[in-house]
Design a protein around this ligand. Structure first.
Ligand code: BT5
Length: 272
């Protein structure tokens, strides 16, 4: 608990038996107890009764076989200046990169990002990531609540949808759930601090390596593929995903040559 939090650079970690949604709860705590819930405070639930994804879609997390973890972020650079809120769109990809690293280290699994918020193994969803805004403390800019649902050891018959998999199914052996959580949180905290130190700029060298933008581009299987995108308003685009812009939005070139930048939506790869 506290030892791990200190070592990983987290301000707090709470593990609760049951709640509705770790994201909803942390948004509430950020508002009602701003001094107790600071930057890099973590809330984990053993059981979520109302876990959800985007557009109120349910997120299933069978007890003991999955992780529901949310991190509160109050992004500031090392001089104490708040990060520009336009940079917040990079926070979900940061989490996806951290989870990818944790899956590689702890489970030996190769995974990829599926734009905008999934981590997939062999094309199947192993994790969904969802960020919400929360009120900032004491007149500060908004905080971010970053939630991840991770399928750790769901059996075949526990998978909620045919497009899902779990770490133990993909690896073919048992997976240390606590070890995976610890690796994810440690890696995320490290990346997040580097991101804050870079003022949220995704195009500068990052954490001693290539820019965050190019790391995310390389890890994203959506790029270069033919896609169908369902936009929030109900409109639909069909074309080729060509890249990410400086905010992490997906660039799509339609079959008739029209160029679009998609900030949010559902992407389906199309088979050639
Ligand atoms: C997501 O939404 O993938 C983001 C899920 C975020 C869940 C975490 S858990 C901790 C925190 N607290 C919350 O309440 N939420 C966050 P979306 O892209 O909208 O995908 C939702 C869809 O994924 C559902 O409609 C199902 O089709 C599918 N789904 C549900 N449970 C799944 C699972 N365990 N594994 C794979 N797919 C699942």
């Amino acid at each position: 608990g506290a030892d791990f939090a200190a070592r990983a650079g987290l301000s707090r970690i709470e593990i609760v038996e049951e709640l509705g949604s770790t994201n909803d709860e942390l948004v509430l705590l950020a508002e009602t107890q701003p001094d107790e819930w600071g930057d890099l405070a973590v809330l984990v639930a053993e059981r979520q009764t109302r876990g959800h994804g985007r557009l109120h879609r349910p997120w299933e997390s069978p007890v003991g076989a999955s992780l529901a973890v949310s991190i509160l972020l109050r992004p500031h650079n090392p001089d104490g200046r708040p990060l520009p809120t336009q940079s917040y769109s990079w926070i979900s990809p940061l989490a996806a990169l951290a989870l990818r690293e944790a899956l590689a280290q702890v489970v030996g699994l190769e995974s990829a990002l599926k734009w905008p918020n999934d981590v997939v193994v062999g094309g199947l969803k192993i994790s969904g990531i969802l960020a919400h805004l929360a009120p900032g403390a004491h007149g500060e800019p908004p905080a971010v609540v970053l939630g991840a649902g991770i399928n750790v050891s769901l059996r075949e018959d526990e998978l909620p949808v045919p497009t899902a998999t779990s770490a133990s199914l993909a690896a073919g052996r048992p997976v240390d759930r606590t070890g995976l959580l610890a690796a994810y949180l440690e890696d995320f905290a490290r990346r997040y601090r580097a991101f804050c130190a870079a003022d949220g700029n995704a195009e500068t060298p990052f954490a001693g390596g290539r820019s965050l933008l190019s790391q995310v581009q390389d890890a994203t299987i959506t790029l270069g593929r033919r896609v169908r995108v369902e936009l929030p308003g109900g409109r639909r685009l069909v074309g080729r995903a060509t890249g990410l812009d400086s905010h992490g939005a997906l660039q799509v070139v339609e079959d008739d040559g029209g160029r679009h930048t998609v900030g949010a939506g559902d992407v389906v790869h199309l088979r050639p």
